[in-house]
Write a protein that binds this ligand. Sequence first.
Ligand code: AMP
Length: 401
Amino acid sequence: MEILVINAGSSSLKYQLINVETGGVLAKGLAERIGMDGSNIVHSWTKNGNENKKEICLDLPDHTVAFNTISDLLVSEETGVIQQREDIKAIGHRVVHGGEHYTQTQIVTSEVKEAIKELIPLAPLHNPANLIGINAAEKAFPNATQVAVFDTAFHHTMPEKAFRYAIPEKYYREDRIRTYGFHGTSHKYVYEQASKHLDKTDLKAITIHLGNGASMCAINEKGESVETSMGFGPLAGLIMGTRSGDIDPSIIFHMAEEMNMSLEEIKNVLNKQSGMLGITGSNDARDVSKLYHEGDKHAILCYEMYTHRIKKYIGAYTAVLNGVDTIIFTAGIGENDALTRQLSCSNLSGLGIVINEAANISKNHPKQPVEIQAENSPVKILVIPTNEELEIALQTWEVVR
Ligand code: AMP
């Protein structure tokens, strides 16, 4: 059974066609600049064990045209991997915000679409694009079942003491202001991979997703998220590529009242100009790591700040879980940047966390879960490649099979 997995942005469509029985990716690609000049699709496919890639520049006035083009690519003699578009029986959509109500993967109905729309004020950048993707997929693939997989859903098990903010209750009851958390698909996926790898079902874990966006999650022995570092929105918690992570909220009042910055400017600074970019001038960990090794003082400070924040959360989540069996690094930086893992785990022997420096370096970029703790470390340190698309495909398969 092939599942098409879709991550729709306001002007982009990322797709993967996955065989859920084997977990193999038959084809994948990215359509960009939809509705703008210079739109294009980069399509890759695997045929007879060979990987192929093609870039096509063509007019994509809207997402429906993009879907139709992708579907033509999937069936064409040259670039195709299936016979006809009707072979795609289900499409799994990444939807960022499911609010409090949607705690599970859902088959898309008009009610579900209404709910995604109604949640736009809570996810103004993502939910509108996710909805455009669903509507366009319904037009292009009328025979397929559309399924919504919510980024927030995995965190619905957080207890109220963790998800509430200490502000007047009416803001929670009437305005839905609470911690939701994100990256749920990734945290869940790597936790399950760790559980399989360690052959332990009652695992207490701290998952550390370090991509351009970054978040951590405390997962109890029942596999439930009980704490996570992103909050009402994705700005909270860890230092990220361009987001500040946790700051004192009074900085925002100071910027508005004393520095006469508009809300739009402040939002832009905290979301787009801060984090690694704000400290070093680059939001790409590869550049910052290179500068660090050259002795650049901004890059050194950036790594110190970035990993100090991770450490603070490791400590907090170890307390929340009353001890931890494993910590798991994943996503672009977590999987590929040995320096981040080294600094995040240094001087944590008091918590039972001791990294093996040589293993940490030699097992960089793993294709499978790998262990990088020292022999005397009671806590296992794992590096696990995340695969949000496969997790979305598997969850989609669960509800349509
Ligand atoms: P993601 O959002 O998971 O795609 O991760 C994006 C981040 O991963 C970017 O900051 C990249 O710089 C970082 N990244 C990707 N490859 C590497 C690498 N080999 N070394 C360090 N960072 C990397």
